[in-house]
Design a binder for this molecule. Structure first.
Ligand SMILES: [Zn+2]
Length: 170
């Protein structure tokens, strides 16, 4: 194997290359925020989500409970269903879900069932958040599946979108 060929298979070089092409958290959350804006335009509470797998967005979802007359049509549920269809698997190991608002108990439960690896949420939800704000469904010590959780990416923007939506409704 020549030196040039060896360099092609250098894992460190491959790692650096993949970082460039990976969808970062900030970029992916901007897509979630774009979904939230679309929900608002449709008269829905503005919440959006995307699912990232191997550095690419494989599914997106926006809150559509009013449009679908479906109490389960939260952005996360819509995105999880689309991701499972895209991967042809009900288990979503290796996936990161990025959502503009801290998930509720239903969505947290669905993420656990799906074996999501990582959750990133923008704004916390002091009224219904199940990643620690009200309930601690995610990473509850009695549950088998644990996931990485990160909070804050674009939190200001996501929170302001929700606040302005409710201001206009009043
Ligand atoms: Zn939910």
């Amino acid at each position: 194997m020549g030196i040039g060929r060896a360099a092609l298979y250098d894992p460190a070089a491959a790692g650096r290359a993949s970082i460039v092409t990976m969808t970062g958290d900030h970029e992916a959350m901007q897509e979630s925020l774009a979904e939230a804006h679309l929900a608002a335009e449709a008269g829905e509470v503005p919440i959006g989500a995307v699912v990232v797998h191997e550095g690419a967005i494989i599914a997106r979802g926006q809150n559509r409970t009013l449009r679908d007359n479906d109490p389960t049509a939260h952005a996360e549920m819509v995105a999880l269903r689309a991701a499972a269809a895209a991967l042809d698997n009900h288990r979503l190991g290796g996936c990161t879900l990025l959502v503009t608002l801290e998930p509720c108990a239903m969505c947290a439960g669905a993420m656990i069932h799906a074996r999501i690896d990582r959750l990133v949420y923008a704004a916390s939800d002091p009224k219904a958040g199940a990643a620690g704000s009200v309930l601690a469904v995610i990473n509850h010590p009695r549950l088998n599946h644990q996931m990485q959780v990160e909070q804050g990416t674009l939190g200001e923007e996501a929170g302001e979108l929700l606040r302005s939506f409710f201001r206009e409704r009043r």
